[in-house]
Design a protein around this ligand. Structure first.
Ligand SMILES: Cc1ncc(COP(=O)(O)O)c(C=O)c1O
Length: 386
C-alpha cells in the first residue's frame, strides 16, 4: 500500500463486534489483570494484555502502528511530546563510557537538554556544525551515538544523511535523526542507515496546532531500551492526544504536497522582493539544494527570510500580517510566522546566534495550506508597509 492509503487505513483499531470505523479513545489508566482471555489484545511493548496506560494503551498503540507504517521502521513508540521522544531516545541509546556527538544547530530545547541536562548526568557531548558533518571525515569511534536534525531550524540547511549515515555505520554508532521538518512524507531516514527517527508530532503529523505529542521509529535492537526509558521517565503519550494525531496523520500526505508547493513558490517570490535581503529554503539554497534533492522528496513547508532592516522592522512586519498568524510553532494547516530572536533562539546571545547564521531581522515562516495567492498577497502588503 502507498503512503496515503497507509495514512488513512493503517493501524486503526477496529473490532468487528462493534463495527467501529475510527479508532476509539481508550480513556483508561488501567486494564483487567490478570487477563486470561486467549484473544486479549496485547501491549506491543510487553507482548502481554494491556495493563497500565503509562506502559501502553490501545489508542496510543494504534497511533504507533500508523506512524510505523509511514516511517517504514521496524518498531515505533509515541511520547508525551517531541522532547519526550528525544530525551527517551538519547538516554535509551547512550552507553556508559562513550561520548555523544550532536549537531550544533539544534532546536533550542534539544540543545539545552544535551548541553546542560545530559552534562549534569555525567555524559560528554561534542557538537559539530552542519557543514562539518556534511563535508568532513569525523572519527566517531569514541561515541555511542550521533543526534541531528535533518533540516536545520531556522536556517533550513539540509543534513547530508546519506554521507553522515555511512560515517555512523562505518564507526558502528547509532544515528538518531529528528526529522520533524521533513516528515515521513519527505524523508525516510531508515533508508540512510538511521537507528532511530524522532518527530515532534506537535507539528506536521498532528497538523492542526492543537496537540503536544512526539513519536519515534526504532530498529528492533534499540526499541526495548527506549520503551523502558519511556516507562521509567513517564514520557508516555496520552490517549486523547493520540486520537487527535491519528486523525491528523490521515491527511499528512495531502497537506505535505500543498506545503511543499506553496513554500517553494513563496521562497521564489520572496527572493525577488525588494524588502527582503536573504531567503532560506532547502530547494532554492545554493549550498544545500543538491543535498536536498538527494535526501528529500520535497523542500517542506518552512521558509525563513531576512527583512531589510533590524529586529524592530521585522517585529513591525509581523504586526502588519493579516492572514499569517504571528506565533512560534509550525507545521499546522494555518500559516504562522515568528522571529527566532524573540522565540526559538531568544536564550542565545547575539554572537551565538550570528555564529549559526541567525540574523537579527530573520523571520521564520511556516507556510500553511491556505491559497498560496492569498498568502503571497499578505506577505507582500506587510513587507510594503515597512
Ligand atoms: C525540530 C524540533 N524538534 C523537537 C521539538 C520539540 O517538540 P515538542 O515541542 O513537541 O516537545 C521541536 C519544537 O519546536 C522542534 O522544532
Amino acid at each position: 500500500m502507498k503512503f496515503d492509503t497507509l495514512a488513512v487505513q493503517g493501524g486503526e483499531f477496529k473490532d468487528e463486534r462493534i463495527g467501529n470505523v475510527v479508532t476509539p479513545i481508550f480513556q483508561n489508566s488501567t486494564f483487567t489483570n490478570p487477563n486470561y482471555d486467549p484473544d486479549a489484545y496485547l501491549d506491543p511493548t510487553t507482548g502481554k494484555p494491556f495493563l497500565y496506560s503509562r506502559w501502553s494503551n490501545p489508542t496510543v498503540a494504534s497511533l504507533e502502528e500508523k506512524y510505523r507504517l509511514l516511517e517504514g521502521s521496524e518498531k515505533a513508540l509515541a511520547f508525551s511530546s517531541g522532547m519526550g521522544a528525544i530525551s527517551s531516545t538519547v538516554i535509551g541509546l547512550a552507553q556508559r563510557g562513550k561520548k555523544i556527538a550532536a549537531l550544533r544547530e539544534l532546536y533550542g530545547q534539544t540543545y539545552s537538554f544535551l548541553l546542560k541536562d545530559l552534562a549534569r548526568a555525567g555524559f560528554t557531548v561534542d557538537f559539530y556544525s552542519l557543514d562539518e558533518l556534511n563535508t568532513q571525515d569525523i572519527n566517531f569511534d569514541s561515541y555511542s551515538l550521533l543526534f541531528l536534525e535533518s533540516i536545520v531550524n531556522p536556517t533550513l540547511g539540509v543534513a547530508d544523511i546519506e554521507k553522515i549515515g555511512k560515517d555512523c555505520m562505518d564507526a558502528g554508532i547509532s544515528m538518531i535523526v529528528d526529522a520533524t521538518f521533513a516528515t515521513p512524507f519527505n524523508q525516510k531516514p531508515f533508508e540512510f542507515g538511521a537507528s532511530a527517527v524522532v518527530h515532534s508530532a506537535t507539528k506536521y503529523l498532528g497538523g492542526h496546532s492543537d496537540i503536544i505529542l512526539g513519536v519515534g521509529g526504532f530498529s528492533k535492537t534499540v526499541y526495548p531500551d527506549v520503551a523502558s526509558v519511556r516507562k521509567s521517565y513517564g514520557a508516555s503519550a496520552d490517549p486523547f492526544q493520540s486520537y487527535l494525531a491519528l486523525r491528523g496523520i490521515k491527511t499528512l500526505g495531502l497537506r505535505m504536497v500543498r506545503h511543499n508547493e506553496s513554500a517553494h513558490r513563496i521562497a521564489k517570490f520572496l527572493a525577488e522582493h525588494p524588502r527582503v535581503s536573504n531567503v532560506y529554503y532547502p530547494l532554492t539554497s545554493e549550498k544545500y539544494s543538491g543535498i536536498a534533492r538527494r535526501v528529500l522528496r520535497g523542500g517542506g513547508g518552512m521558509v525563513s527570510f531576512d527583512v531589510k532592516g533590524n529586529t524592530a522592522d521585522a517585529r513591525r512586519f509581523l504586526t502588519k500580517l493579516s492572514i499569517v498568524h504571528p506565533a512560534a510553532s509550525l507545521g499546522g494547516v494555518e500559516s504562522l510566522a515568528t522571529l527566532p530572536v524573540d522565540t526559538s533562539h531568544s536564550s542565545m546571545s547575539r554572537e551565538e546566534r550570528q555564529a549559526v547564521g541567525i540574523n537579527d531581522s530573520m523571520v521564520r515562516l511556516s507556510v500553511g495550506i491556505e491559497d498560496v495567492d492569498d498568502l503571497i498577497e499578505d506577505l507582500d502588503q506587510a513587507l510594503r508597509a515597512l
